[in-house]
Structure formats: C-alpha cells, structure tokens
Design a protein around this ligand. Structure first.
Ligand code: GTP
Ligand code: SPV
Ligand code: MN
Length: 588
C-alpha cells in the first residue's frame, strides 16, 4: 500500500507529466546540486541563478525574473469556496468546479520536458502542535531553492507527514509566464492551492501567503486561532525583561525593518522571531501566544542599508545557512554584487539594471525594481530570538498595527481595550505599494489588519472572529496604531522612522508596564511625551505628528463607511457601535 503522500506524488506525475521527478530531502548537498542546475538552466538565455561576489554577500546568487512577473497579482488570485459569500467582497471568487476546470485545462501535461520538484515542508517547528504539514510540487528550481530557505523542507516534513493524509497540497507551474494565463486558485475546503503562470514569491512559494495566510486564516476561523500578516519581536529592556509584540503592516510598509530594529536607546535590544507571518493561539493559561511558521525572510531590498537596517545587512553578510538569493536588484559590474536604491549613497558607475540593460542614471529611473527582494534564512540573523523555535510560541503583550499614510493618521495612538483595538485595525487605510501588480502605487485603500489581500474568507466573519478571540483571552495585549509615513507639504517624511521608531516602541513598553501617561483624544490614547533626546525634530512637527485633525478624520470616516458597506450585515454590531462613537467624537 502506498502512503497518501506517495499517492499524491503519483497523481501529480500523471497530471503534470514531467520528464523527471525529484523529491527534496533538504540536505546541503542537495542545495548545492540544485544551485548548479539553476546556473545551467536558462529562461530566455538568462540563467535562473548566477553566482554573485561571495566576498560581499557570501553564498549569494542572482535571479532576474520576467519583467511581467515582479510582484503579487491580486486580480489573478481567487478564493474558491462553494459560495461567493464565504469568500466575501474582499476576495475574487470562482466556483470550485469552474476553477478546477480552468486550472486542469492550463496545467494538464504542463511539465512535459521539465522536472517536477516535490517539496515536502513544514510550517513551524515539527515538535509544535501548531505546526502544519505541507507538500508543494513545482517545476521551478528557483521555487525549490526559495522554499528551502523560507520553510523547513525535507526529511523532518516527510517523517511528520508519515502515513497521514492531512497535509496541504500546493500545485505550481511557471507555465509560460504569461499574465493572460496566470491564476492563483485557493481551495480552502480541500486544503489545496493551484498556481500557474508566475514564479514570483507570493504567487509561487505556496507555503507563504497562499497557505500560511489565506488557507490558514480559513482554518483558524474553524479551529479558533488566527493566521496574521504580522511580525513577532521580543524587545529586551536594560533590566533583561523581554516584552513580546506582534506587528501588522501592509506589504512594503515596514514589517521587516521593525522585525530587525536596532533601538536607539542603550541597553535595549530587539530579538527577531518573525518578519511577515504569525500564527496566534490562546494558550492553556489564557494568554495569547504566537509562532512564526516561516524559516526565512523574503524582504524588500530598496531602502535596506547600513543606516536604515544595519541588522539586515549583517544578516545578508552571514553565511551560516545558504544560499541567499537576490531577485530583480541591479548589479554593480565593478564587483559583481547586487545593488539597490538605499544600499549606499553613491550610485555605482557601471551597473546592469533589473531588466538586464546597461543602467543610465540620467534617465532618472531606479536601477533595482521597487519590489526587488532578497531571500535569506532567518537563522542568519544576528538578532534571532532564542525563543524562535519554542513549540508553544511566545506570550504577546502588545499588538502594533500600521499603515502608510501621508496624512490623517498620527504617529501613534493606543486603543482602550480589545474591541476598540479590533475596530482600529479594521479601519486601517494604506497607500498601495510596488508589492502588488495591477493597481496604481500610492492610492489609499482600506487594508484591515494588513490582511485585505490575504484573508481567505469573508472579512465580516473575520472581524467577528477577532472579537471572539478577545473574549477567550485573559490578559488581552494592548493594541496600538502607528504611522511612520506622515509627510509635510514638501512631500518629505516628517518622522525619521527606522531606528527612531524604537522611541515609540519604548513608550508602548512603558504603557504596558503602567509607567507612562497618555492623553485621551477622539481616536484613542496618545503619548503625553516621547523620549526624543538626540533627535533633531521641532516641537511644531511633533505637535502635528501627535494630533487629531477632525477635518481629515471626517474624510476618513467617509472611506470607512464605504468599505464597511460592502460587507452589509456581516459587520459585527460591536464595530458599527465603535464607528458611531468615533463619528460623534469628531463631530459628524
Ligand atoms: P513585505 O515584505 O512586502 O510584507 O514588506 P514589509 O512590511 O516587511 O516592509 P519593509 O520593512 O521591507 O519596508 C518596505 C519599505 O519601506 C522599504 O523600502 C523600507 O526601507 C521602507 N521603510 C521601512 N520602515 C520605514 C520607516 O520607518 N520610515 C520610512 N520612511 N520608510 C520605511
Ligand atoms: C508581501 O507582498 O506582503 C510580501 C511578499 O511579503 S510576498 O511573499 O510575495 O507576498
Ligand atoms: Mn508581507
């Protein structure tokens, strides 16, 4: 008798018809062999990977993708629940049968002449009851290698799966990388995702957004937990006490930077547990606990430099776990190293841009794609927390939400209790970024909990689920809202951001410990003061950053009402009551 895993592999072999099947074991020898294959295999005359200068970033390789395939494609991403209502207005929907027919038509025999990589992987520590078993099949060696960095691939997964039929099935092919034939279809009822036509991270590394957020959020609703687009950090104070936070920000809005923050205060230290995804459970003691189901970081390159994120530069220079991949950055030809805007002040004089052309700075365009990324093991980070692999997770004392907003949203405010925090998170608006194709960068859209593109079911039900979780938690964490991205009338960021964000985090810790005061405002509690020693910022600027402009908020409420209206009576009464309360306070 064959095992369910063997049956799945056989079924995929019959369906996709690859020339070869390779089952990954996760070993270092295997990684070396796959890197070699990726250096020899070419798409449009470009090798899938080329070796970079190891003296600058050790064991690093460069990948240039098709220029039509550089970010997630939300308009081609579907949640295929039996009814449209289950998927909600926050998702594109197709009936499971129609979606299956479409994907079967596109994918039958699509791996002829190619190798099917079978990637058994785990999301989370195998010892953790919260970890999940998964298998992805893919015809991309770049995906196979990336999955090895981002998740626990190989033997541990195969062993944990054993004879069980309870595993996620990810079916992926790059196809001919044509956006007209690109679909990312989620089948939550079947614990399965089919993805065709893209090799890009969030579309193709199916353990990440597809499983660990969309499918997992669906499972979480059924099973009483949360799958969130959140970082996990532990902030150590000079007395050695560590306070654990979760932090949710929309794509390309600062999670990875906050996850590796180097505080400006002596004696404070941030320990990294996760930079993108958290699975959150109510523990036996009634506390909220979080684990990071991932093992690597797929981070935005532009803006990452010695001044902004020194810990990430140190991570990229570490070679404990290999390889590190750079995708769609530019190349500095003087030393064969990756370069991106923000890596150094000086622009190298001889570069190849992300599309493979000689870079001409006079054209005023960036050399690296705005969504160019690195893929690096979290084990290479000098700030990795000792608790990273704790099967129970870490106990959470604070949740930080944020968005990218030029106006309206103050630097920081605190919600009074869990329900008002859920309301605050449900009304997040954020300017769209280059992390997604198919929208104009910079337009404000509602992005509740930073989960708009990732919630695998109706967001009205999701809000209800958040409120339910609150009822089960004994000491609910404090909930904060931040905005690092406020701009002045000249379009300049008003707050220095990055390392100086630790000034705001310190206030949060003091609030959690009952050591700092706060003033009441229309939208929540705000600092009476922040520690700004050594920072050159005017009182005028701080006053704007920490104020509530009622006219701006009146406009904001209009956008919130429009968004809520899409969900009809699915919006929980608690949130409607909060909204009415806010309206009253700002004079509507
Ligand atoms: P995803 O990986 O897409 O989920 O993004 P992320 O939320 O992890 O964002 P990341 O930390 O990679 O930051 C995205 C961009 O915002 C980068 O270009 C950063 O340099 C920039 N950024 C991060 N934090 C700050 C900040 O405090 N202030 C300013 N001005 N920019 C920031
Ligand atoms: C994001 O877009 O939120 C990312 C990158 O973290 S991806 O994995 O492609 O979704
Ligand atoms: Mn993300």
């Amino acid at each position: 008798m064959s095992t369910p895993m063997e049956q799945f592999i056989k079924e995929m072999q019959d369906f996709l018809q690859p020339d070869k099947v390779y089952i990954m074991d996760g070993s270092e020898e295997e990684a070396k062999a796959l890197i070699k294959i990726a250096q020899e295999e070419k798409i449009n005359d470009t090798p899938i990977l080329s070796e970079l200068n190891g003296d600058i970033f050790p064991n690093s390789y460069y990948h240039r993708s098709n220029s039509n395939d550089v970010a997630r494609t939300e308009h081609l991403t579907f949640v295929c629940t039996p009814t449209k209502e289950e998927a909600g207005p926050n998702n594109n929907w197709m009936s499971p049968n129609e979606a299956k027919d479409k994907m079967n038509g596109l994918m039958k025999g699509c791996m002829k002449g190619r190798t099917m990589y079978v990637i058994p992987f785990l999301m989370g520590n195998p010892e953790s009851k919260y970890a999940k078993n998964c298998i992805e099949v893919s015809d991309s060696v770049y995906v196979a290698l990336s999955m090895r960095i981002m998740t626990k691939v190989g033997k541990a997964a195969t062993e944990r799966i054993g004879n069980s039929s309870d595993f996620f099935k990810g079916i992926h092919s790059v196809g001919d990388i044509n956006p007209d034939r690109r679909f990312i279809m989620h089948f939550p009822q079947e614990n399965c995702v089919m993805s065709y036509g893209s090799g890009y991270g969030g579309n193709a590394l199916l353990g990440k957004k597809c499983y660990a957020l969309r499918i997992a959020s669906y499972l979480g609703q059924k099973e009483g937990w949360l799958a969130e687009h959140m970082i996990i950090i532990g902030v150590e104070a000079p007395d050695g006490k560590i306070t654990y936070f979760l932090g949710a920000f929309p794509s390309a809005c600062g999670k990875t930077n906050l996850a590796l923050l180097q505080p400006v205060f002596p004696g404070y230290k941030v320990w990294t547990l996760g930079d993108d995804i958290a699975w959150i459970n109510v523990g036996e003691d009634g506390q909220l606990y979080a684990i990071n189901p991932e093992a690597g970081m797929f981070g935005v390159a532009p803006g990452t430099g010695e001044n902004t994120n020194p810990m990430m530069i140190a991570t990229l220079k570490n070679d404990k776990f290999f390889p590190t991949l750079f995708t769609n950055t530019s190349i500095d030809n003087s030393n064969n190293s990756p370069w991106w805007e923000g890596l150094s002040k000086e622009i190298p004089s001889d570069m190849t841009d992300w599309q493979g052309n000689k870079y001409d700075a006079s054209l005023g365009k960036p050399a690296a794609h705005a969504n160019s990324r690195f893929t690096v093991s979290i084990h290479n980070s000098p700030t990795l927390s000792k608790e990273y692999d704790n099967p129970k997770g870490v106990p959470i004392s604070g949740i930080i939400f944020g968005g990218r907003r030029e106006t309206t949203i103050p630097l920081v405010y605190e919600s009074k209790d869990w329900n008002s925090g859920v309301f605050t998170a449900s009304i997040i608006g954020s300017e769209t970024t280059a992390a997604m194709i198919g929208g104009s960068v910079g337009t404000v859209r509602r992005d509740p909990m930073a989960m708009l593109p990732f919630c695998g079911y109706n967001m009205g039900d999701y809000f209800k689920h958040w409120l339910e979780i609150g009822k089960k938690v004994k000491n609910p964490p404090k909930i904060f809202m931040v905005n690092w991205f406020r701009k002045d009338e000249n379009g300049k960021f008003m707050w220095p951001g990055f390392r100086d964000n630790s000034r705001v985090i310190k206030w949060m810790i003091d609030r959690i410990e009952g050591k700092a005061g706060a003033k009441e405002t229309e939208i929540g509690l705000m600092p009476e003061s922040l520690e700004l020693d050594g920072l050159n910022i005017s009182k005028e600027t701080m006053d704007i950053l920490l104020s509530v402009n009622k006219d701006d908020w009146k406009k904001e409420v209009g956008m919130i009402e429009e968004f809520y209206a899409k969900f009809g009576d699915k919006i929980p009464a608690e949130l409607t009551a909060q909204l009415n309360d806010l309206k009253k306070k700002i004079g509507i």
